[in-house]
Design a protein around this ligand. Structure first.
Ligand code: 1HN
Length: 363
């Protein structure tokens, strides 16, 4: 008896001593990653917040960028839509310039609304139109301007949660006014946009992809041709990846972008994988079932598919195509040999949807 209580006292002393010196027993550790939750942001709600920010928040003070982040409720401190991918909706008002800076995180923009709007990347101005994807590979100076008389809104995507997690988030403001244009407007698109030819004797200025913009006017007919020719993935409708034409690889070193076409009435099969995705509905109406919960989406909504969750997509329309733009962290997982994927084999590859996500009462 006395021996037992002596043992208990000494055991407690062991843990106290460990804690006092930043030691922990592996047998007590939780083997658990970040709690990345499935989530959906309706466009009306996000636009309301961004519009209000347009009234109250000026750039560059107090906001270097007027961006409203889509924050995963499971990881609130991390300012990410997943543990690896940050997304936000950014508003640039008529006449505004979001001044130049550069940083270690890779960035991309998926243009939602506006014309007469551009991002200047290093010395090149890239005009942006709805549905275009514009890249800012890491450590390139970039500045945004809205020379039109209407608001411009786009989806930002960054690998900042990953880069912050690696404590590598170097950041530099541009101290010298506006960026100078040293190359013709849209030069990278004009030189590399075809994808099958490249300029000889010319070194692409961009580290990362030499191509800074993918035009929706080119992407849409390409997907439609593939669909006509019978292209199909079991799990992702007709999907394309935005490739780096310099090396045939992923969109960026850490993140890849896709466009998924769901044909009228299409219902994909369910699978799960270790990469995570943030989706933005470019066009159409439907739902995605994630771990048995139905997330109903419409144009301009955004939603998260967390790692290793079963998911399948449904186009709710029998007449209209749906287009889902998405950002994933496949390049990061591949780099570390961590990519794994499984199809759902039960029930014909489909989940039972047992609940519906309510965006007004989300948590
Ligand atoms: C950034 O540089 C932009 O340049 C937007 O528009 C969002 C979020 C985190 C870090 C840098 C931009 C950002 C960001």
């Amino acid at each position: 008896m006395a021996e037992d209580s002596d043992r208990a006292t000494r055991l407690e002393a062991m843990y106290t001593d460990m804690a006092a010196h930043s030691l922990e027993g592996l047998w007590r550790m939780e083997r658990k990653g970040p709690d990345v939750r499935p989530y959906l942001w309706q466009w009306d709600t996000v636009l309301r917040a961004v519009t209000a920010a347009g009234e109250f928040v000026d750039i560059p003070y107090p906001g270097e960028r007027r961006a409203v982040a889509l924050v995963n409720p499971g990881i609130p401190g991390a300012l990410g839509s997943t543990h690896a991918i940050y997304t936000a909706i950014q508003l640039v008002r008529p006449g505004e310039v979001a001044r130049a800076h550069r940083h270690m995180p890779n960035a991309l923009r998926f243009m939602i609304e506006g014309a007469g709007v551009s991002t200047t990347v290093e010395g090149e101005r890239v005009p942006m139109y709805a549905g275009d994807l514009v890249l800012t590979p890491n450590m390139l100076w970039h500045e945004h301007r809205n020379d039109s008389d209407a608001d411009a809104v786009w989806l930002d995507g960054l690998d900042s949660p990953l880069v912050f997690g690696l404590a590598a988030a170097v950041y530099e403001p541009f101290e010298d006014g506006f960026l100078t244009e040293t190359r013709p407007e849209d030069h990278s698109g004009r030189s590399y946009g075809l994808g099958t030819v490249r300029p000889i004797g010319y070194e692409a200025p961009a580290k990362g992809s030499p191509l800074l913009v993918y035009r929706w006017t080119a992407v849409e007919p390409a997907i439609q041709r593939m669909a006509e020719d019978g292209a199909d993935t079991e799990f992702d409708g007709v999907s394309i990846e935005y490739v780096n034409p310099g090396n045939g690889g992923h969109t960026l070193s850490t993140m890849s972008c896709w466009m998924t076409m769901l044909r009228p009435g299409e219902h994909t099969k369910a699978h799960r994988h270790t990469y995570s995705s943030v989706y933005h509905v470019h066009r159409g109406k439907g739902s995605t079932i994630i771990d048995g919960q139905r997330f109903e989406w419409a144009e301009r909504d955004s939603f998260v598919v967390p790692p290793w969750t079963w998911h399948e997509h449904v186009n709710a329309s029998d007449s209209d195509i749906a287009y889902l733009f998405s950002i994933n962290d496949i390049p990061t997982l591949e780099a570390f040999n961590l990519n794994r994927e499984e199809p759902l084999t039960e029930n014909g590859g489909h989940q039972q949807a047992t609940s519906v996500f309510d965006p007004e009462n989300p948590n």
